[in-house]
Structures are given as structure tokens and as C-alpha cells.
Design a protein around this ligand. Structure first.
Ligand code: 13P
Length: 260
């Protein structure tokens, strides 16, 4: 089974809703100029919550070849959870994807594998595709335990999910030491862990599920390194932070296949 590559721009806490519209317009123009083909790569923008409605209206109104998503969701349906956003609210905004378990949420909001698992399950139950983030810190990498650490996070995040659900979702391997540092993992580093994740999915489920699940690499991805990273057999896309805030740079990342 062939997996469609997926490039997702995680804007993190950047760009108000007006700037969000400007970026998406420029991204769409650049992609159109370069004859972007959605069959070659899926392009996703993930603004902060405050930008989603404007981005949705623009994508829908202008029939742009982009999908959009959110950076987090509540594991609860509704109720007294001040500051949280529910899956239903994101579905109403036509979100296709939702990031869960980003290392910044794990660190600053104390999200555990159990919480990540509950959020992924909630997203799937409402028809949203979770992008489940995993990855080791520098201490774990230095100890050579990156595979065991990351596979344990994947196992925790997928607990109780069906094979069909897992086949539909996205796992993003983001080594924390490579996020926003300019320190990109080598293509071989990315392949080592992404390959181990796919093997773990095969062991937890079956070969067909492992063949279907899409695995991204994230951490200082740029247009200058994306082609080498994407050449790895178990890397199906990238979760891009800083470089997704520049339309032309993110467009080049989406269009990686033209250079591959
Ligand atoms: O955390 C990331 C995407 O979720 C990666 O961020 P950078 O691309 O800025 O390193």
C-alpha cells in the first residue's frame, strides 16, 4: 500500500487570525504557481485556535488545496473545562487533523501518555485524525535509549485503539533536542526511530496496519533538508514548526517531491 506523504505546518503560538489569512493566501498562490499536485503530497496548516475559523473560511471559500487542523483538543465532550476546546468544536470548523501529545504540551501542561491516549481516542471517535507526537529528549538520546523510549510512548498513545483507527492516523516522531534548535536529526536518525515505530505497530497490530499508518519526522525541517529526510523508507512526511511560518519556505517543503 502506498502512503500519501503529508506535510503539516504546526504554527504553535504564532500569527493572529489576520496574519493567518495572509500566510495561507501566500502559501496557496505559491503552490498554484508551482503546479502543486495534491496526489503527490498532502499539505496541512495548523494555526492556533483563534485562527482556525478565518483559515477555514478562506480554504472553503477559495477552494484551496489545503487541509487544516488544530494543535490540541480536550479529552472531554463538553462541560466545565475552562480554556479547553472540544472535538465537536473542531469538527464544526471542518478540521481534518488535530495534534496530540506535542512535546511542548507534555512539558508545559504535564500531558502523560494516558492523557495523549484519551485525546487520540476522542479525536478518532469524532472523525478527526490525530497526529500523535512522540520523541525523546537529549538525555535519553545520549543514553542510546531513543527507540525504547519512543516505542513506549507509541504503545501508550495507541492503547485500546482499533487497527482501523491506527491505520488512519499519523504518528510524528519529534526528537525534542531537534525542535527549534536548528539541530536536525540525520536522515539515518529519523529512519532508525520511524522504522522502529512501524515495526512496533506491526507487533501491536498487524503488517497491514503498519503499512498504512503514516509516520512523520519533525525537528528543524527546512526546504534544504526535507528531500533527504523524505528519502527514508519509513518517513512519510514532516511536522514543521518554524519553517511553516514562511509561505515560500513551507511551499518548497510541500513540493519536495518535485526534487526527489
Ligand atoms: O515541534 C515541531 C513541530 O511540531 C518542530 O519545530 P521546528 O520545525 O521549529 O523545529
Amino acid at each position: 500500500m502506498s502512503r500519501t506523504p503529508i506535510m503539516a505546518g504546526n504554527w504553535k503560538m504564532n500569527l493572529n487570525h489576520i496574519d493567518a489569512v495572509g500566510l495561507v493566501q501566500k502559501l496557496a498562490w505559491t503552490l498554484a504557481d508551482e503546479r502543486y499536485d495534491t496526489a503527490q503530497c498532502e499539505a496541512v496548516v495548523i494555526p492556533p485556535f483563534t485562527g482556525i475559523r478565518s483559515v477555514q473560511t478562506l480554504i472553503d471559500g477559495d477552494k484551496l488545496p489545503l487541509k487544516h487542523g488544530a494543535q490540541d483538543l480536550s479529552p472531554h465532550d463538553d462541560g466545565a473545562y475552562t480554556g479547553d476546546i472540544s472535538a465537536d468544536m473542531l469538527v464544526k470548523l471542518d478540521c481534518s487533523y488535530v495534534v496530540v501529545g506535542h512535546s511542548e504540551r507534555r512539558e508545559y501542561h504535564a500531558e502523560t501518555d494516558e492523557i495523549v491516549n484519551a485525546k487520540a481516542a476522542k479525536a478518532l471517535s469524532k472523525g478527526l485524525i490525530p497526529i500523535i507526537c512522540v520523541g525523546e529528549g537529549l538525555d535519553v538520546r545520549k543514553a542510546g535509549r531513543q527507540v525504547a523510549h519512543t516505542v513506549a510512548q507509541v504503545t501508550g498513545a495507541l492503547a485500546g485503539l482499533s487497527a482501523a483507527d491506527v491505520a488512519s492516523l499519523v504518528i510524528a516522531y519529534e526528537p525534542i533536542w531537534a525542535i527549534g534548535t536548528g539541530e536536525v536529526a540525520t536522515p539515518a536518525d529519523a529512519q532508525e526511530v520511524c522504522g522502529a515505530i512501524r515495526k512496533a505497530v506491526a507487533e501491536l497490530y498487524d503488517e497491514a496496519t503498519a503499512e498504512a499508518v503514516r509516520i512523520q519526522y519533525g525537528g528543524s525541517v527546512k526546504s534544504s533538508n526535507v528531500v533527504d529526510i523524505m528519502a527514508q523508507p519509513d518517513v512519510d512526511g514532516c511536522l514543521v514548526g518554524g519553517a511553516s511560518l514562511k509561505a515560500e519556505e513551507f511551499a518548497k517543503i510541500v513540493l519536495f517531491y518535485q526534487k526527489a
